[in-house]
Design a protein around this ligand. Structure first.
Ligand code: S3P
Length: 196
């Protein structure tokens, strides 16, 4: 069973910082799909966009989703556009628990502008970016869990997320719930409920 935790959300949602913290708390490896792509291509995301275009980048994301099938027990932060293709939310849910880091548009827009080099923001006005955000919401919404990040810092997001992950963990074979049986955090998350 793939028991990864997969973070999705718009640029600036905090996937990298939350993912890194969460992995540390759970004692798991942290992986970013953008890093997998830059390592494979030997150049940065802005360079890939500039030299090969967005369509090529999306094809690399497709390949990366296939490679994610080899991951087990990792915390995975995805690029903001990766889940936003038909069939992608289902493909990600097959790999583990998908978590949408949901933030108010104004907050994520401001953070996305402030941090990192993001080719999808270049040359686009605020209205255009908001339209992209709205168009992507239906894909993000298909996550297993949603954490509202509005007004809270990454530590607080991780605390909320850990609670949600624990709630999702199934009862133990003895029939007792996880609250009755102290277990390391990582094991509790491994014991997710199966999906219909
Ligand atoms: C993209 C988001 C970026 C990166 C690429 C495209 C997008 O990742 O994958 O620039 O289409 O939203 P972040 O969400 O980490 O910024």
């Amino acid at each position: 069973m793939s028991d990864n935790v997969i973070l999705v959300g718009f640029m600036g949602a905090g996937k990298s910082s939350v993912g890194r913290l969460l992995a540390r708390r759970l004692g798991r490896c942290f992986v970013e799909t953008d890093d997998m792509i830059t390592a494979q291509e030997g150049r940065s995301i802005p360079d890939i966009f500039a030299e090969r275009g967005e369509a090529h980048f999306r094809a690399l994301e497709e390949e990366t989703v296939r490679l994610l099938a080899l991951k087990s027990g990792d915390v995975i932060a995805t690029g903001g556009g990766l889940p936003c293709r038909d069939g992608r939310p289902e493909a990600l849910r097959a790999l583990g628990t998908v978590v949408w880091l949901r933030g108010e548009f104004d907050a994520v827009y401001e953070r996305a502008q402030r941090t990192g080099a993001r080719p999808m923001l270049a040359g686009r006005g605020r209205d255009e970016i908001e339209a992209l955000y709205r168009a992507r919401e239906p894909y993000y919404r298909q996550a297993d869990l949603t954490v509202d990040t509005t007004g809270i810092n990454p530590d607080q997001v991780v605390a909320k997320l850990l609670l949600l992950l624990r709630e999702r963990s199934t009862v133990s074979p003895s029939g007792r719930g996880p609250q009755d049986e102290p277990q390391p955090e990582a094991r509790r998350v491994h014991q997710r409920e199966g999906r219909p």
